[in-house]
Design a binder for this molecule. Structure first.
Ligand code: SF4
Length: 156
């Protein structure tokens, strides 16, 4: 750990094994690592001409569905069909969420569709089939058009 921290401090490139070592930093080692990371961030901001300025974008999260193949196991909102009252949001629900986000100062909407949930879930296939489509893209267009047609909800 000490050797890898020293390499980080000196701005040396780290290989995979060294990066994994840093994932185990705790206590003082972690504080030291965070200090080096802050230094890299600050120097990047300075060289970009905006020292000390960290920007962010407020966005409203709109999960068109919470179904997914869940192969990446990345997010925590993914669930299974029997836990959902409805598998996909209806356009009016999308608009309601977007409107709520706008009221809270969001400037962007982040739509998530899962990773082809229809490949894993029969219920998703059936839902999409009932919606007269076999992929999510036309549905996404339907949701988007339902939302964009209401400028009071998605102002930027
Ligand atoms: S919704 Fe996206 S991030 Fe979440 S598990 Fe599926 S692919 Fe991963």
């Amino acid at each position: 750990m000490r050797r890898v921290l020293a390499r980080s401090r000196d701005g040396k490139s780290l290989d995979d094994a060294e990066a994994v070592t840093l994932l185990h930093a705790r206590g003082d080692d972690l504080d030291t690592l965070l200090g080096y990371a802050s230094r890299v961030r600050d120097s990047g901001l300075e060289s970009a001409g905006r020292p000390g300025v960290i920007t962010y974008s407020r966005k409203v999260f709109i999960p068109l569905t919470r179904l997914c193949q869940d192969r990446c196991a990345y997010c925590t909102f993914v669930t299974v069909p029997h836990r959902l009252d409805s598998l996909y949001l209806e356009p009016d629900e999308v608009v309601a969420i977007a409107r709520q986000g706008a009221e809270l100062g969001c400037k962007e909407a982040l739509f998530t569709l899962g990773d082809k949930p229809e490949l894993r879930w029969k219920q998703a296939r059936e839902w999409l089939s009932r919606a007269a489509t076999t992929t999510r893209c036309p549905m996404s267009a339907r949701w988007r058009s339902g939302c964009w047609k209401r400028p009071d909800c998605c102002r930027t």
